[in-house]
Write a protein that binds this ligand. Structure first.
Ligand SMILES: Nc1ncnc2c1ncn2[C@@H]1O[C@H](COP(=O)(O)OP(=O)(O)OP(=O)(O)O)[C@@H](O)[C@H]1O
Ligand SMILES: [Mg+2]
Length: 338
């Protein structure tokens, strides 16, 4: 039986911006616009979407680094907006993050050992114990103990990323959010880091949310794929279903744009996506994707599509899928007209 670890319900994050010098007008960047999804315990969910589609913002909302404009984030059955101080503290020990740029994860003036120890000490772990933990986590990421006294500038990109992962692991997290964990690395090091992440996930039954542009990484590592377009979730489902039979025209376009390594996946129904991603400030009416969609109908231009269920776990927000849908998820897309 699958148990929910993170439940996002109608999560929104709008950034206020002012336009004009004399007559100042308030507008909003709708970076995350009504995202509802559940990540179950022990699952690896890959989050994809073009640059600026709101992936990092969504991760920041989940990490409680920024307050959502609307909606709820429930972590292990606790609503973060109503959590007590103690519950928030527990949350911060359960969730760890690894950012895209290995160097930005670490303080250049701190040794590897102090970098790994710092979050532990902040959370009240005695120094001697934290020092032991630093050694232990370095073992977990298969790095030699001699690196404990190294500074970030003395390490390669792959080593830095291993240290960042070690630092994230030191707190014994339940969930790791990895924002482009391998995009700054060359392909052979990428493979090592991905294999390491998979090993660790299996060993500690961790839950991962992996954000990446690289669909081959997602295919390799994740159980489920979530696809975002201009702040909205357009498709969410098991990796195999979504990659072999992408339903949303945006997902199909993304798949077509990526070089496919898996020969089984070549020759799917796909097309080359045209046009630029739209603006999060002047969002199109109806389906956000309709100006770029070769299959758009008049309905797509006026009505936001509902969450159509293609199977128990495969959801898609596209009117074209209405006929083959086995149901509708009103929780996901409440504006649905079906
Ligand atoms: N603090 C902020 N203030 C104003 N706008 C912001 C802020 N943070 C993010 N945005 C805007 O929100 C949108 C989504 O940004 P986000 O970083 O979440 O995208 P992303 O999908 O992670 O992109 P990338 O793949 O390039 O990392 C962008 O248009 C960005 O400019
Ligand atoms: Mg980002």
């Amino acid at each position: 039986m699958k148990e929910a670890q993170i439940e996002l319900t109608h999560v929104k994050k709008y950034f206020e911006i002012t336009k004009g010098i004399i007559k100042q007008k308030k507008t909003y960047v709708k970076a995350v616009d009504d995202v509802t999804m559940t990540i179950n315990k022990g699952e690896i969910v890959g989050l994809v979407g073009e640059s600026g589609s709101g992936k990092t913002t969504l991760a920041r909302v989940i990490l409680n680094l920024t307050k959502p404009t609307g909606g709820t984030v429930i972590f292990d059955h606790v609503d973060l907006s109503k959590a007590t101080k103690q519950e928030k503290k527990e949350f911060h020990t359960k969730v760890s993050v690894v950012f895209q740029d290995p160097a930005s994860n670490l303080n250049p003036r701190e040794t590897v050992q102090s970098s790994i120890m710092r979050p532990l000490v902040i959370h009240g772990v005695p120094k001697a114990e934290a020092r032991e933990k630093a050694k232990e986590t370095l073992d977990m990421v298969k790095m030699d103990q001699r690196y404990l006294n190294s500074y970030p500038h003395q390490l390669s990109g792959g080593q830095l990323q291993r240290i960042a992962i070690a630092r994230a692991l030191a707190m014994n997290p339940k969930i790791m959010i990895l924002d482009e964990p391998t995009s700054a690395l060359d392909v052979s090091v990428q493979a090592q880091i991905l294999n390491l992440l998979l090993d660790l996930q299996e060993k500690f039954n961790l839950t991962y949310l992996v954000i990446t542009h690289d669909l081959n990484v997602i295919r390799y590592i994740s159980d489920k794929i979530a696809v975002m377009y201009l702040g909205r979730l357009v498709e969410f489902g098991p990796t195999e279903e979504v990659t072999q039979n992408p339903k949303h025209p945006y997902t199909q376009g993304l798949m077509a744009a990526a070089p496919i390594l898996d020969p089984h996946l070549r020759g799917r129904k796909e097309y080359i996506m045209k046009g630029e991603p739209g603006s999060l400030v002047n969002l199109p009416e109806g389906c956000h994707f309709h100006p770029r969609c070769p299959f758009a109908t008049d309905r797509c231009k006026t009505t936001a599509p509902g969450g159509y269920l293609l199977s128990d776990e495969h959801k898609v927000a596209c009117h074209l899928c209405e006929q083959e849908a086995v149901g509708i998820d009103r929780e996901v897309f409440p504006d649905s007209t079906k």
